[in-house]
Design a protein around this ligand. Structure first.
Ligand SMILES: *[C@@H]1O[C@H](CO)[C@@H](O)[C@H](O)[C@H]1NC(C)=O
Ligand SMILES: *[C@@H]1O[C@H](CO)[C@@H](O)[C@H](O)[C@H]1NC(C)=O
Ligand SMILES: *[C@@H]1O[C@H](CO)[C@@H](O)[C@H](O)[C@H]1NC(C)=O
Ligand SMILES: *[C@@H]1O[C@H](CO)[C@@H](O)[C@H](O)[C@H]1NC(C)=O
Ligand SMILES: *[C@@H]1O[C@H](CO)[C@@H](O)[C@H](O)[C@H]1NC(C)=O
Ligand SMILES: *[C@@H]1O[C@H](CO)[C@@H](O)[C@H](O)[C@H]1NC(C)=O
Ligand SMILES: *[C@@H]1O[C@H](CO)[C@@H](O)[C@H](O)[C@H]1NC(C)=O
Ligand SMILES: *[C@@H]1O[C@H](CO)[C@@H](O)[C@H](O)[C@H]1NC(C)=O
Ligand SMILES: *[C@@H]1O[C@H](CO)[C@@H](O)[C@H](O)[C@H]1NC(C)=O
Length: 754
């Protein structure tokens, strides 16, 4: 039996739970102990649920490696009861200011005035029964706000975490308020089963060390920003860092901001690693790094793949940190259990039995300007199976690769050819500068321009390469792909009827280029012709070796039997948007549609797109990890995924976790639509939109292509027909699938900022 069984096995796992036999490969780690690095869940799964809430801790345990450590930032109430909550002022992440509006105070904390609500002014009863938690990071769901109370340390202990880490940020402040955390911890360490205590205060750790001399509790010095002053030694943390030997006298490890290990320059690129980890390890000190979160931008080198960041710290050739403190413990777990030490693994061949095809969108356009030599080279290097060219036409009928006929998107045209601004309603609403109004020699004077779909939200793509690379003609592209080891190419053809009225025959131009590059006789590489227009696909019938892909850009909720039968007459595959595979509500996944199954029943392959790594465009169920989205579509047996970040997909399929028959202790599970939603109060979600339309035959059958008129350059040999308007009710917008999710996210953001 093939590995189709493997992917089927996943479905069984989902039905029966994942408690399979443990058969993990033995790995070597450059941690101090040689054991795998620890996953330390900061306030539980605080990337999703309010920090230190019951659900956050529970979800962290359920979705992380078995050894995961729960991290509790200790606060004491006025009656000396311990709670877990990050931040000294409670009003940052609770509704305390609404319940006790007059109980804010100003206190000196390490010599500076802090204003807000402090646990030392409230009894444990008040904190337990009157105060509820909220999410304080805008990009995270606010729907759980006000539904859970503060967690007692006892509550967290009650979840029976494999390991417990207590952080004490302001021991001196509590002492000023007659609350002795040292006493508290030393009296409770055994009862709670505390494994680690961290603090930025040297004096506190030294004293606690004396009290805990006989225990196994590990003490960890937490470093703050280098220029800040440690209160008991009055030295800066930067200075203490230079004297790790003396740290070793009272601590067994250090907890440092991740930039202490991998610094980032002012342009947000990663610099070479410091020697910190190796130096500390030489002294026998463990090193833990903090500030890991999938949804907080750190630098461009990771290209929005949060796994890349963990791997940088645990799987480089020189060292591994001993643990990572993270808001997204499942992503850290996956990096450790699935992705580390897999870079050299072969990518299993694509196929119905193994994995979907990795199809690019304008090459690796998440990293380099789309459609350029650099983007294609990167895509091949990153493991793409199929590289794609979205064909645009110059005025003199030269086909070239670029995402949009409006070349203000993707090139510097707007700065150079303002006189060519035009409005072409057949192509897009609003004006643009169109490739078919410029000659190829004019277009060649342009530079590519990498902007990225989330620049306005502050998530740029690789700005150092903003204008790098060169645009390629279709002939250049085909010469490149021929000489590479990709298993195929996808050529996307749009706007053929309009171009015909401008005297440009795009179908003929593409056919000639393919023939000239002898792709009509190619057997090693598959040729996929993609279009939203059935007539364009029909025009390629004469190439029996080509696979024809119907682009269905708009979101559909279902496909009628007749429409699927029609599609099967002229296409071998469909490319559908993400929203046509899984329905979403307010950025939560609701349910899978059965579009994939319906297409498969007619022997149509299904490609899903467009995948992008930026967390902004992921439903909450994907846990701000683009890899979870890939796993999810793969589990639905789609035949290809269309992505701007092929490296992320290849990284997953190279890992042992993509083979579900391996029964690993930990694996990356696909999202289960509806499961997070069921934890929310439906009344706080934005109103549900009506279901998307059902695909009908009228949506997929287009009129024959019109004759190419107006004396353009390409050989005008298309069948003659007057009709140039598309009957299709499904207009194509490449990105409509994810707009659904982003719109939901935007609505949530608006709601949570009140
Ligand atoms: C994996 O675990 C399942 C259920 O425990 C078992 O039936 C199956 O034989 C195991 N497969 C392998 C390859 O060990
Ligand atoms: C907490 O409350 C104080 C006093 O109203 C205010 O100055 C501070 O900004 C609040 N902090 C947050 C994070 O809301
Ligand atoms: C409030 O929480 C946010 C998010 O965790 C953090 O960035 C900010 O510094 C906090 N504010 C205070 C006053 O602690
Ligand atoms: C706090 O909770 C208690 C018990 O539920 C209730 O009696 C009291 O009114 C609450 N106090 C405030 C200020 O809401
Ligand atoms: C990060 O990216 C920049 C620009 O591509 C490169 O010069 C640098 O070497 C990278 N840093 C690391 C640590 O890989
Ligand atoms: C293609 O693969 C072959 C065999 O694996 C290898 O020898 C060759 O260098 C590869 N070519 C390119 C351009 O990567
Ligand atoms: C045809 O292919 C040759 C190389 O095989 C290339 O030099 C030439 O530019 C191509 N012509 C066209 C029109 O694509
Ligand atoms: C799909 O293909 C299989 C085998 O290739 C064939 O038996 C089956 O009849 C086909 N189904 C349809 C609906 O064409
Ligand atoms: C994979 O499945 C699709 C649809 O079920 C079919 O069209 C295609 O031929 C299959 N490919 C292979 C390599 O079996």
């Amino acid at each position: 039996m093939g590995i189709r069984y493997h992917r089927m096995f996943l479905i069984l796992l989902l039905l029966h739970g994942a408690n399979a036999a443990l058969k993990d490969p033995v790995q070597k780690w450059q941690t101090l102990s040689g054991a795998p690095p620890l996953v330390i869940a900061r306030g539980g799964y605080s990337g999703l649920f309010p920090d230190s809430s019951h659900l956050a801790y529970q979800f962290a345990l359920e979705n992380s490696l078995p050894e995961t450590v729960l991290f509790c930032d200790l606060k004491l109430s006025s009656d000396n009861v311990g709670f877990c909550k990050t931040c000294l002022v409670l009003n940052n992440s609770t509704l305390i200011a609404e319940v006790f509006p007059k109980d804010d105070k100003t206190y000196k904390v390490n010599g500076e005035d802090r204003h807000g609500w402090f646990s030392v002014d409230f009894t444990s009863d008040q904190l337990m029964h009157n105060v509820t938690l909220i999410q304080n990071v805008l990009s995270r769901p606010s729907v759980f706000d006000g539904t859970m109370g503060m967690s007692l340390v006892d509550d967290v202990v009650g979840l029976q975490p494999p390991q417990l880490w207590i952080n004490v940020q302001y021991a001196q402040f509590f002492l000023d308020h007659k609350l002795n955390i040292e006493e508290y911890i030393s009296s409770k360490a055994k009862e709670f089963g505390i494994n680690y205590v961290s603090s930025p205060e040297v004096g506190f750790l030294k004293n606690l060390g004396v009290k805990l001399r006989k225990s196994n509790v590990k003490l960890v010095l937490r470093f703050l920003d280098e220029q800040l002053i440690e209160p008991s030694t009055k030295q800066s943390y930067g200075a203490i860092l230079k004297d790790l030997k003396s740290v070793k006298t009272f601590a067994s490890g250090i907890l440092v901001p991740k930039t202490y290990i991998w610094p980032v320059n002012k342009d947000h690129y990663l610099q070479p690693a410091t020697n910190l980890v190796k130096d500390a390890h030489d002294l026998g000190l463990e090193v833990y790094a903090y500030k890991f979160a999938n949804d907080i931008f750190s630098n461009y080198n990771y290209s929005y793949d949060p796994s890349a960041e963990y791997l940088q710290f645990i799987d480089n050739s020189d060292f591994s940190v001993d643990g990572v403190l993270t808001d997204f413990p499942s992503t850290a777990s996956a990096a450790i259990a699935c992705l580390a030490h897999t870079k050299g693994n072969p990518l299993p061949p694509p196929g119905n039995d193994t994995r979907p095809l990795i199809i690019t969108h304008n090459g690796a356009s998440g990293i380099f300007p789309g459609g350029t030599d650099l983007a294609y080279r990167q895509a091949v290097e990153d493991g793409a199976d199929i590289i794609d060219c979205s064909v645009q036409m110059s005025k003199d009928a030269v086909p070239f690769c670029l995402d949009s006929p409006d070349i203000t998107k993707g090139t510097t045209a707007a700065t150079m050819f303002l006189t060519k601004v035009a409005t072409v309603n057949e192509i897009q609403k609003g004006s643009g500068i169109f490739s078919f109004d410029l000659s190829w020699s004019e277009i060649q004077t342009l530079k590519p321009d990498l902007v990225g779909p989330f620049s306005q939200q502050g998530l740029k793509r690789n700005p150092a390469a903003k204008n790098s690379g060169k645009l390629m003609t279709l002939a250049d592209f085909l010469a490149f792909s021929k000489s590479s080891n990709v298993s195929g190419i996808l050529v996307d053809i749009r706007n053929a009827p309009y171009l015909a009225t401008r005297g440009i025959g795009i179908v003929d131009a593409v056919s000639s280029a393919l023939i000239n590059a002898s792709y009509d006789k190619e057997t090693r590489q598959q040729v996929l012709i993609a279009s939203e227009d059935s007539a364009v696909l029909g025009a390629f019938n004469k190439f029996p070796g080509f696979k024809r892909v119907l682009q269905i850009g708009n979101v559909i909720s279902d496909a009628s039997k007749q429409s699927v039968e029609e599609v099967a007459k002229f296409a071998d595959a469909v490319s559908i948007s993400r929203g046509s595979v899984v329905q979403a509500h307010g950025s939560f996944l609701v349910q899978f549609t059965n579009v994939v199954d319906k297409m498969h029943a007619a022997n149509l392959s299904v490609y899903v797109g467009l995948l992008k790594d930026e967390f902004m465009n992921l439903g909450f169920d994907f846990l701000a990890n683009p890899m979870v989205e890939i796993v999810t579509y793969s589990s639905l047996m789609v035949d290809g995924i269309v992505t701007e970040f092929p490296a992320t997909a290849a990284e997953y399929f190279r890992s042992p976790c993509s083979d579900f028959s391996k029964n690993l202790t930990y694996t990356i599970m696909p999202a289960k639509p509806g499961s997070l939603l069921s934890l929310t109060d439906p009344s706080v979600l934005p109103p549900a939109e009506g279901p998307a339309p059902v695909l009908d035959p009228a949506d997929v059958v287009d009129p024959p292509l019109p004759a190419v008129t107006g004396g353009g350059h390409g050989a005008a040999s298309s069948p003659s027909n007057d009709s140039s308007t598309k009957s299709s009710a499904i207009a194509v917008g490449a990105s409509s699938g994810f707009c659904l999710l982003v719109a939901g996210l935007a609505a949530l953001l608006a709601a949570s900022s009140r």
